[in-house]
Ligand binder design. Sequence first.
Ligand SMILES: Nc1nc2c(c(=O)[nH]1)N[C@H]1C(S)=C(S)[C@@H](COP(=O)(O)O)O[C@H]1N2
Ligand SMILES: [Mo]
Length: 331
Amino acid sequence: MRDANKISSRELTPPAVYFNRRNFIRTGVLAASAAATGLFYRQLNPAGGGTVDTPALPGLIRPDADAAANATAANSGLRTADAQTSLQDITHYNNFYEFSTDKEGVAAAAAKFDTTGWQVSVGGLVAKPRVFALDELLNLSPPEERVYRMRCVEGWSMVVPWAGFSLSKLLQAVEPLPAAKYVAFESLLDPRRMPGQRSRVLDWPYVEGLRLDEALHPLTLLASGLYGHALPPQDGAPLRLVVPWKYGFKGIKSIVKINLVAAQPRTTWSDAAPEEYGFYANVNPQVDHPRWSQATEQRIGESGRRPTLMFNGYAEQVAHLYAGLDLRANF
Ligand SMILES: Nc1nc2c(c(=O)[nH]1)N[C@H]1C(S)=C(S)[C@@H](COP(=O)(O)O)O[C@H]1N2
Ligand SMILES: [Mo]
């Protein structure tokens, strides 16, 4: 178990330097920048402020104007009442290895990322495979604001007001065939635009997956914005996945491909370190990471640690998906 108050100098070394010095151990990457970093970052960057350059999202549906709708949304997990993390923190403390392994360096490294002409191919075991231009895809449904807790496997967390719609709306549009059991996602592969891909820190492109029933759950969000604006590059522009009851690494960014498939797809982090990161990656305070406890978390912007909740506080909504599944074996 780690003690966040005892920060060794090794843990405070920027990951890039750490890799060079240690001659780089792939499975140590996430851990090298784990729990301690959240505390360090918070001390340097008091909460508040922050601006975003991306355009405001027209027609964003925000149920908070209506008390009754808001209560319903809170019960369904669509809007947590937890305090929202500042825009500054959400956009300057990022994991996005395609740009940088330094959380505080991602924003600058991704600032000029050009998403003009973005397309998303949706296919595999579906009746109506299709390559969507981004706007066509976004026009499937108006964006809704969803306020979700996000818990990174490293032990820090945030509360983010996302904008987007349920992934189920896209999946229904392409009509999954009965043989489809999983959904496989792929991020952009383009080392010219994503400089981190010139290093072999991970196998590119970044890939992720969900069971089809998880993908169809109404909380599973295809996000195109946050804080009422289009997604900034560092948060996964122009389109990313958000699965609030799972560790943050399931939330694949800058998606270009979605395939419905019959067998469980490979996923980037479980490929990189299968003993440490599983396919399910459900937030679970009772199942520790082999190298640190998952019982508590550092909420960015808060002091001290708070207990981590089963399924990140979404048990009421999603626990039924895992009835009969051994959550220790299927971590
Ligand atoms: N393509 C891609 N998606 C990714 C990552 C990444 O490195 N590449 N990092 C993941 C991890 S570990 C986390 S915690 C979240 C971080 O999202 P945020 O930076 O918007 O908070 O993105 C996830 N999605
Ligand atoms: Mo993460």
